[in-house]
Design a binder for this molecule. Structure first.
Ligand code: HEC
Ligand code: HEC
Length: 471
């Protein structure tokens, strides 16, 4: 309440930094005198919690999370197409003849069926496009080797998320990334270590120490089964067989180097923070940084439309999971996606190998404390039907740049998103009680969209968008 009083005046002397404000998180850093009188005291108390973005958080489980050399290595790996070991299944004009039912070719594919050397992280997380997918058409699901089962999220500002993935699959940026070279990039952990040894040896060793002596003797590709549900193919079965013939020491050495590579990639992704959106400038005192329509939209966002109930804080997300009833429809979209339920089911089976609390973490205790605090370990979670179809509240920063929307890209543009919320969301039994019909007028809908457009910050610096993969 003390804070509310501080926000009252348009008086310049109230510039004392955050004085008397020690009680609250998200402490506003702007003096009250800078605030646009368009909004009243109670509204400013809300608005001030939405800006600015804080410093990039530390991650004790990744000792190179803020290491510049690691970020440079990570950037190179982010662009390296040699990690891909699985041939494209869907090409511009051809498809893998063994697929049944045969999908259609897609002219926006990365090459022809059977091609190698076409897929890197950057293929789907495209630099210059907020590190999200702009090539796949339709853009609801990303197409690399095959279609991803979800929409490709922008990696800009992903470093701020408490958990990663639409349903919070992983507890940390680097631990999420461990699923990607072997997932959408179609590589293997042994193959990635060979790429490190063949092309990045000195850069890697300067950061992490010597690569294991055994590298040359390891199979070109090897990895364990990725999940109990994985159905190996004629391409992947030999990799799984090769992994099972490796000694426990070799497996550990490969896992260590693989985790290190993913920590380096995470250090790169951590650099992709974008600040200074018009909205941030507005909150900082530049009253004309956003239009009057956007101000009306902001008023709705924190008022009648109550988006802020979930899209809270400077990341515009409560970092929690809600069922809002997004339909599983659209080209190639799977008929069902249980979202958070599947994630909790995984944790119920035990702490994942690559997690902040796993064997390759740089601070197992900190990692475990975090999992316990989130209800993901000790005791293990007990997923229920109520968790089905829950997804993480998505950040809204640079939202105007990353259509289509939702985990399966089912909503084409921001007006469609606003219509979805105006109708009270979709039709699911466990719908969040915060989802209510809003009764917005056409003007209000367009104002809300104008506000969302003010959340795009500075573009990512050119040196962070360049392909630096080794020749
Ligand atoms: C098919 C294209 C594709 C490729 C290639 C790809 N990704 Fe992704 N990425 C996705 C999709 C789809 C998701 C959402 C997955 C989910 O929510 O389960 C995702 C999610 C992510 C996230 C989580 C972001 C968030 O908002 O929570 C990170 C981090 C990430 N990818 C990094 C990478 C890295 C690093 C690579 C390369 C090693 C990579 N990705 C390769 C499609 C791709
Ligand atoms: C009950 C919590 C809740 C409320 C209230 C809410 N949202 Fe969301 N929002 C979510 C969740 C959860 C998702 C991700 C859902 C998914 O992908 O299935 C999301 C996704 C979005 C997305 C898509 C993000 C992306 O990257 O694709 C936009 C845009 C959005 N919300 C805007 C709004 C606006 C505008 C309002 C107010 C009219 C609002 N939200 C109210 C929880 C909420």
């Amino acid at each position: 309440m003390r804070r509310a009083r501080l926000l009252v005046g348009l008086v310049g002397w109230l510039t004392l930094p955050a004085c008397g404000d020690s009680g609250g998180g998200g402490t506003p850093t702007v003096d009250a005198g800078a605030r646009d009188p368009y909004f009243g005291e109670a509204e400013w108390a809300q608005i001030a919690t939405l800006s600015p973005l804080p410093d990039v958080p530390d991650d004790p489980t990744n000792r190179v999370a803020k290491d510049a050399a690691a970020a440079r290595l990570g950037q190179s790996l982010f662009f390296d197409k040699r990690i891909q070991a699985q041939p494209l299944q869907i090409g511009k004009t051809t498809v893998d003849p063994t697929l049944s039912p045969a999908p259609s070719p897609n002219p926006t594919a990365l090459g022809e069926a059977g091609d190698l050397g076409k897929v890197a992280c950057a293929s789907c997380h495209e630099p210059g496009h907020w590190h999200s997918d702009f090539h796949s058409m339709p853009r609801n699901l990303s197409l690399a080797i095959k279609y991803a089962f979800r929409n490709d999220p922008a990696l800009v500002n992903a470093v701020f998320y408490e958990e990663l993935g639409w349903a919070g699959t992983a507890d940390r940026l680097w631990t999420f990334i461990t699923s990607t070279p072997e997932g959408p990039v179609g590589g293997t952990r042994a193959g990635l270590v060979h790429v490190l040894s063949d092309h990045y040896k000195s850069a890697y060793e300067a950061i992490f120490g010597a690569l294991p002596a055994g590298v040359a003797s390891w199979p070109a590709q090897a990895r364990p089964k990725l999940s109990a549900a994985e159905k190996p193919t004629t391409v992947t079965q030999p990799w799984i067989d090769a992994w099972s013939t490796l000694s426990a020491d070799d497996q550990n050495a490969i896992n260590t180097a693989y985790a290190n590579a993913c920590k380096a990639i995470a250090a790169y992704v951590a650099k992709l923070a974008s600040r200074n959106a018009p909205f941030d400038k507005y909150v900082a005192g530049q009253h004309d940084a956003i239009s009057t329509a956007a101000k009306r939209g902001l008023g709705l966002f924190i008022g009648k439309a109550n988006c802020v109930a979930c899209h809270a804080g400077p990341f515009f997300t409560d970092q929690k999971y809600h069922a809002i009833g997004v339909a599983q429809t659209g080209d190639n979209v799977p008929a069902a996606d249980t979202g958070r339920f599947a994630v909790l089911t995984n944790y119920a089976a035990g702490v994942p190998l690559f997690s902040g609390a796993g064997a390759y973490s740089d601070d197992v205790n900190a990692g475990m404390a975090r999992l316990v605090a989130k209800g993901l370990a000790s005791p293990a979670p007990t997923p229920s039907d109520d968790d089905k179809g829950k997804f993480r509240t998505k950040s809204l920063r640079q939202i105007a740049e990353t259509s289509p929307y939702m985990h399966d890209g089912v909503l084409a543009d921001l007006p469609a998103v606003v219509d979805f919320y105006d109708q009270g969301g979709g039709d699911v039994a466990n719908k969040d009680p915060l989802m209510k019909k809003l009764g917005l007028t056409a003007q209000e809908k367009s104002d809300l969209v104008e506000f969302l457009k003010t959340l795009t910050g500075d573009p990512i610096a050119a040196d962070l968008t360049a392909d630096t993969s080794a020749p």
